[in-house]
Design a binder for this molecule. Structure first.
Ligand code: HEC
Ligand code: HEC
Length: 155
């Protein structure tokens, strides 16, 4: 009986080492099932070349908005501007209090509204992290084809 058990355990070890789940066989580990993303077809274990950073000019003329609800693009560099729990660099120029003195555009009244439409006396939490919606202006090619045309009144 003891011999039989030993034999079974030994057979198990042989079987496991023949096709281990942690195999380094690249085919087994890396196949992403043919999933294709905007970056093309990349296997998970392949090192993906990162996109080169876009050059953001220090100051430039604002690019017009394409539609009324579009968050305006940021016409200046934002390198080193912190937005976190303790500080919001953007509001040091764009808040209602500071905008006049800093010569910056005031955040719009929509930025004081909560999700259920209550107007607060300060920026609503859902508008606190400015870069969720506003991005710097850069010469970036569209990732997908787009034939959007603004309405006549905005052209
Ligand atoms: C040192 C002051 C200053 C800081 C800090 C600053 N801005 Fe600005 N921003 C300006 C000024 C001044 C303008 C308008 C002048 C111009 O066209 O460059 C402007 C323009 C903008 C505009 C365009 C507004 C429009 O109606 O076209 C956006 C959007 C904007 N900033 C977002 C941001 C965000 C987001 C941050 C933080 C990451 C930020 N800004 C930090 C001074 C600042
Ligand atoms: C959830 C998305 C969102 C967030 C977060 C957000 N904005 Fe906006 N912002 C918009 C949209 C959309 C508009 C244009 C329509 C409007 O005025 O509401 C806008 C407009 C603006 C304008 C132009 C106002 C005007 O009267 O022309 C400024 C300046 C601005 N935002 C700054 C900021 C700053 C600074 C922050 C962070 C404190 C911020 N935004 C956070 C979406 C956002």
């Amino acid at each position: 009986m003891k011999k039989l058990l030993t034999a079974i355990v030994a057979a198990g070890i042989v079987a496991l080492s023949a096709s281990p789940a942690w195999s380094t066989d690249t085919e087994l580990v890396t196949d992403n099932g043919g999933v294709e993303s905007l970056r093309g077809h990349e296997e998970i274990s392949d090192i993906n070349k990162s996109e080169s950073l876009k050059r953001v000019p220090r100051d430039q003329l604002p690019i017009d908005r394409e539609y009324i609800q579009q968050p305006p693009l940021i016409p200046h560099t934002i390198r080193g501007y912190q937005v976190n729990l303790n500080a919001n660099k953007c509001l040091s120029c764009h808040s209602f209090k500071n905008a006049g003195e800093m010569g910056a555009t005031k955040i719009s009244v929509t930025h004081f509204e909560t999700r259920d439409g209550t107007t607060l006396s300060d920026v609503s939490p859902r508008r606190y992290f400015c870069l969720q919606c506003h991005v710097t202006q850069a010469d970036a090619k569209p990732l997908v084809e787009n034939d959007f045309k603004p309405v006549d009144s905005l052209q």
